[in-house]
Design a protein around this ligand. Structure first.
Ligand SMILES: Cc1cc2nc3c(=O)[nH]c(=O)nc-3n(C[C@H](O)[C@H](O)[C@H](O)COP(=O)(O)OP(=O)(O)OC[C@H]3O[C@@H](n4cnc5c(N)ncnc54)[C@H](O)[C@@H]3O)c2cc1C
Length: 193
């Protein structure tokens, strides 16, 4: 079954000038898709059942951002400008890169948590102790996602790995192919450690 998500023109969003009509076609997995679980060196295969994840039919998250988000914000993006420090000791917040200084009423920091943990961005004053402690306690794995094309589908639609302890990592294989209906078969691999 295919579903088309339509969003936008919601009441309130327009008032803020942020309304944008979004038409993105996604497709879900089927309940009887094969589900594999690697555990203790053995692969058990059953059915996937109800599963909320969906695949983009035409494109990826990157295309979504390029289409719907980037046009409205691109004039304000500064590339190749890693933030070195954020000084919020005064009335205004001062953000410094290696060669520039920006002043703002407030700053929202969305850099990856490891950047906060390893002090890549210096905060003035230092972050409150409870925030620094919370950041240190969160485990963030490195990861990579690889898409491979095979001439035949020899694998379950979705395969999990029972990795213990959980903090040791995460790995899965999944069929990322919408075009499988046309005879092509792809799989995506996500490994984290
Ligand atoms: C291998 C892998 C596969 C994934 N697959 C999926 C998927 O299929 N579907 C899904 O929904 N999610 C997926 N995710 C999760 C998704 O990528 C993240 O949830 C999402 O990217 C987080 O967005 P973010 O903006 O918080 O952080 P990020 O996307 O990490 O963005 C942080 C930004 O901060 C910038 N930055 C870093 N340091 C500084 C600095 N000092 N100054 C200024 N900028 C800085 C970085 O350059 C980056 O652009 C995947 C993640 C991984 C690792």
């Amino acid at each position: 079954m295919r579903r088309v998500f339509r969003e936008g023109a919601r009441r309130g969003a327009g008032a803020a000038g942020l309304s944008v009509a979004v038409t993105v076609e996604t497709v879900g997995y089927k309940e009887d898709d094969a589900y594999g679980l690697w555990k203790n060196g053995e692969l058990t295969v059953g059915t996937l059942g109800s599963f909320a994840d969906r695949k983009f039919v035409h494109g990826t998250w990157l295309d979504f951002f390029e289409t719907y988000i980037v046009p409205s914000v691109s004039p304000h993006i500064v590339y190749n400008a890693p933030v070195r420090s954020i000084d919020y000791s005064g009335d205004a917040v001062i953000v410094r890169t290696h060669d520039a200084k920006y002043t703002a009423d407030a700053v929202i920091v969305t850099a990856p948590l490891p950047m906060i943990k390893n002090g890549t961005i210096a905060f003035v004053p230092a972050l409150p102790r409870h925030k620094a402690r919370a950041a240190r306690r969160v485990v963030v794995w490195g990861g990579i996602k690889v898409f491979l094309e095979f001439s035949a589908k020899f694998y379950p639609t979705y395969t999990d790995f029972a990795i213990r302890p959980k903090r040791a990592g995460h790995r899965m294989y999944f069929d990322a192919a919408v075009r499988a209906e046309h005879g092509e078969t792809y799989t995506g691999t996500l490994c984290r450690r």
